[in-house]
Design a protein around this ligand. Sequence first.
Ligand code: TXA
Ligand code: MG
Length: 343
Amino acid sequence: MVADRSSHTLRHMTLITQDLGPTEQGLAQAVTLLRAGGLVAIPTETVYGLAGDARNGTAVARIYAAKGRPHFNPLIAHVADLAMAEELAQFDERARALAAAFWPGALTLVLPLRDGAGLSSLVTAGLPTVAIRCPAHPVARDLLRAFGGPLAAPSANPSGRVSPTRAEHVRQGLAGRIDAVLDGGPCVVGVESTILGLDGPAVLLRPGGIPLEALEAMLGPIALGGNAEKPNAPGQLESHYAPDAPLRLNVTQPAPDEVWVGFGPGTEAAPLTLSRRGDLVEAAANLFQLLRDADVRAGDAGRIAFAPVPDTGLGRAINDRLRRAAAPRPPAARPLAARPVQP
Ligand code: TXA
Ligand code: MG
């Protein structure tokens, strides 16, 4: 087991962040840490999540602290199966049908919280609803079964920054702030789950790994509503998923100082590409790694420019993340945790 000491300057203690493998021993160690209120970054098929015991208020508070998350945004409770989910929330027929069709998978359902669910109120941020997801990654499923309870897990990145799709991304952002990283390889979906509000008429709260079209095929038309990242200011984009370099979208003619990221035919000249053949599934899987690669190539002075991506299927989630990555960045939106402090 490799461990290192991070040199981050923090308001709280620097931890030794353990590297765990997806083995019986690694899973057992992760369960032990989680039962003790520790934080373990875990692989899911969408992005890596920063997991803590959803019933333990101290553990959940530590998740917010480790991410430098400025407000108490509600978190997703991850479950092993539908039975565990039904202990937390009230499922109606729509919710059961969606769970049957898309779980385990990249769909999060926001449902009325059940009395006696036992979740820390920090998970729901005091709301009468709870967001629940049953992830499909085999390591996440094994861990949830072995842990035997719900795990709260936001994406395992410092608040506002690019989401992690590999264990090494987690380590780059959070080493020294969490107890362990459980390595399950690269995330195959590559964008976060789709969030569907079901505490009334169905409403899309965040586009993600399950295309809206697939949900509408079951439920009929779904309202595009709310803004899961900033519920009180609809339409206003908060900087999120942000690399260091400035970012421009829908670019067909990049400037000389721009690292161009292509998509599909007509962008063969781009040094980086979401997908040469214009495949949205491949593009989603590559998105966050490419934001990191483009950032490195851009260096201190350069900028990043993305070619247009169609706004259908997974393209809706890709464009949502890119718009947030390109949003204006007020100084307060660049948290202290954004860059490792040099020793
Ligand atoms: O794919 C994913 O969903 C990943 C992996 C780790 O599962 N998780 C993730 O979590 O993206 P996070 O915390 O980065 O995003 C959760 C979103 C937040 O924007 C939050 O506002 C919304 O879910 N959310 C959580 N509970 C909610 C609720 N009760 N009502 C409305 N939105 C809620
Ligand atoms: Mg996130």
